[in-house]
Write a protein that binds this ligand. Structure first.
Ligand SMILES: [Mg+2]
Length: 391
């Protein structure tokens, strides 16, 4: 079997808006075609036009090649060999950032082909089952223009998530910082008050995570508020500091009794080595598409196991990314949860409509997939409807 074509679909949600803080309103879906007729699909969460350019560009020299030109004619079953070839062949302009995100979408599509070719769900090709079902946590991005309505939105969604069957949820609490929510403005006390109110609403018998999205620029200031939150029994605090402040993360780890989670933006195992070894983070959060696909994500999982850290994958995209996370989690014993954007608790039409059928959630858990590959079919009508035709 050889690869005959690589198609890039840049998709835009009707609500796509450069002022939005959500990255679930655009997508790059990659389809890899083979001479046998088998087609694999993957996606990645980065600027879709930039990632597409990495794939479709022509090369100018041996370490500045386009990804597509390296793929045509290759054996799609050779996921490891292809990853190295793409990484090295695009290294001068790729190596990190959008180049790795593009490789991630391609790699997911190759694993989809590999599963379909062998008649097995991807996870069975990755390892032995480590769970009998996967536990998703509901990822909740609140609405509202002031602290009161924002808190109320989070509380309402928490209650709904619990009713749907979720046993865990993550609160996005971002009253300031680079990801500040709409016109909402608050201070350190606001963060504490919102999280305390949510814990009070949902009770003790529910797993809560909190994401403050790089809110603090100073580890000592962050520590003052986070220390106050220790009694709220949080499963983790996500990205309290800027992504590159590895020494700040190590300082927080040494002084705080709440596990620290980072990794949504990181590309490759090399950046996770920095996070775990210098940043001392407790929970690594590879986003399968961004880290470089399933091939690279599994390496990060093994690194976390060696260092006694947890894996809780990031995913704020569509059913494709969720499926990739589920297949990875299925064979990863130290992965207690996957991030899950509930289709009915978000405003992304891509999340709601991109595939014909989601992996099912039963009593708050996702059974291990049994269909070959990722186990998904693209909804061709949605693909045509959301395709960007302007750029
Ligand atoms: Mg986050």
């Amino acid at each position: 079997m050889i690869i005959t074509d690589v198609l890039c679909h840049v998709l835009l949600d009707p609500g796509a808006d450069a002022k939005s803080t959500s990255s679930a309103l655009d997508d790059l879906v990659v389809e890899i075609h083979t001479d046998t007729g088998l087609i694999g699909i993957g996606e990645t969460d980065t600027n879709p036009w930039v990632a597409r350019a990495f794939i479709e560009t022509a090369g100018t020299h041996t370490m500045g090649l386009g990804l597509k030109e390296m793929l045509i004619g290759a054996d799609p079953m050779d996921t490891e060999g292809i990853w190295e070839r793409l990484y090295v062949g695009s290294a001068m302009s790729g190596r990190r950032g959008a180049g790795i995100c593009a490789i991630g979408a391609i790699d997911i599509a190759l694993w989809d082909i590999k599963g379909k070719a062998t008649g097995k769900p991807c996870w069975q090709l990755l390892g032995d089952a480590a769970h009998n079902a996967i536990t998703p946590y509901a990822s909740l991005q609140p609405e509202g223009h002031d602290v009161t309505s924002y808190t109320k939105s989070l509380q309402d969604w928490l209650v709904t998530a619990k009713k749907i069957g979720f046993t865990a949820a993550k609160l996005e609490v971002t009253p300031f910082g680079p990801y500040a929510h709409q016109q909402l403005r608050g201070d350190d006390d606001t963060i504490y008050a919102i999280v305390a109110a949510c814990r009070d609403t949902i009770g003790d018998d529910f797993t809560l995570m909190v994401d403050v999205q790089y809110a603090w620029s100073d580890a000592r200031r962050a520590l003052r508020t986070l220390k106050r939150m220790e009694h709220l029994n949080l499963f983790f605090i996500e990205t309290p500091l800027w992504v590159d402040d590895l020494d700040g993360y190590a300082y927080l780890h040494d002084h705080l009794d709440i596990p620290i989670a980072v990794g949504e933006w990181q590309n490759t195992r090399f950046e996770f080595a920095d996070l775990m070894d210098r940043g001392k983070i407790d929970v690594a959060q590879p986003d399968v598409g961004r880290v470089g696909g399933l091939t690279e994500a599994m390496k990060v999982c093994r690194m976390a196991a060696d260092r006694d850290r947890l894996i809780v994958p990031h995913c704020w995209k569509t059913a494709i990314g969720i499926a990739a996370s589920v297949h990875m989690a299925a064979v990863t014993p130290h992965c207690p949860f996957v991030e899950f954007l509930p289709a009915n608790l978000c405003d992304s039409m891509l999340r709601k409509r991109l595939v014909t059928e989601d992996l099912p959630m039963i009593d708050g858990r996702i059974p291990l997939p049994t269909a070959p590959g990722l186990g998904l079919e693209l909804d061709r009508d949605a693909l045509a409807e959301f395709r960007d035709t302007q750029n």
